[in-house]
Design a protein around this ligand. Structure first.
Ligand SMILES: CC(C)(COP(=O)(O)OP(=O)(O)OC[C@H]1O[C@@H](n2cnc3c(N)ncnc32)[C@H](O)[C@@H]1OP(=O)(O)O)[C@@H](O)C(=O)NCCC(=O)NCCS
Length: 138
């Protein structure tokens, strides 16, 4: 298994990974191919894939706005879970974010997913007592 950066021609395989990842991955209009192309104009080195013999088995998207980091769409294909691949993806995206000067990161987890919280807890993430607000502005 190796980690590498996403390329646009991985799009279909990565979308299939996300669609099969279960309820923890919410697919939105931001995941359309044109929006992903837009994302690659910023931090293309923070969109990482796990690949095994040419097959995409994991993903994570990082972003850095100059103040905070954000993580999206961490997913590992079902049959490859509990082998340390999710941790490797997170370690690498965190390392790359830190190298850009990022001090602190956020990520969103859907409610009622204790196993996902357990995973992030093992990696040193903490739950914040905050409400998350969002607004479509376009
Ligand atoms: C969350 C996810 C990415 C974890 O990937 P993974 O490759 O299985 O995780 P790792 O093997 O690196 O796990 C690292 C450690 O986290 C913990 N962990 C992982 N999955 C866990 C689970 N389901 N329950 C409890 N602990 C878990 C374990 O301690 C594990 O180490 P160990 O099994 O060797 O003791 C994977 O379960 C997944 O793709 N889930 C569906 C998509 C999703 O909900 N993503 C989160 C979006 S916020």
């Amino acid at each position: 298994m190796r980690l590498r950066e996403f390329r646009l021609d991985d799009y279909d395989a990565v979308m299939a990974l996300w669609q099969n990842a279960g309820p923890g991955i919410g697919i939105s209009r931001s995941d359309g191919k044109e929006e992903i192309r837009k994302k690659l104009l910023r931090d293309p080195d923070l969109f990482l894939l796990a690949e095994e013999e040419g097959r995409i088995i994991g993903s994570v998207i990082g972003g850095f706005d100059g103040r905070r980091g954000i993580i999206y769409h961490l997913a590992v294909e079902d049959s490859y879970r509990r082998q340390g691949i999710g941790k490797r993806l997170m370690d690498e995206v965190e390392r790359r974010l830190a190298a850009k000067g990022c001090l602190r990161c956020y990520l969103l987890v859907k409610k009622d997913a204790p196993e996902v919280i357990e995973f992030y807890d093992r990696l040193g993430w903490e739950i914040l007592d905050l409400d998350v607000l969002a607004k479509n502005i376009a």
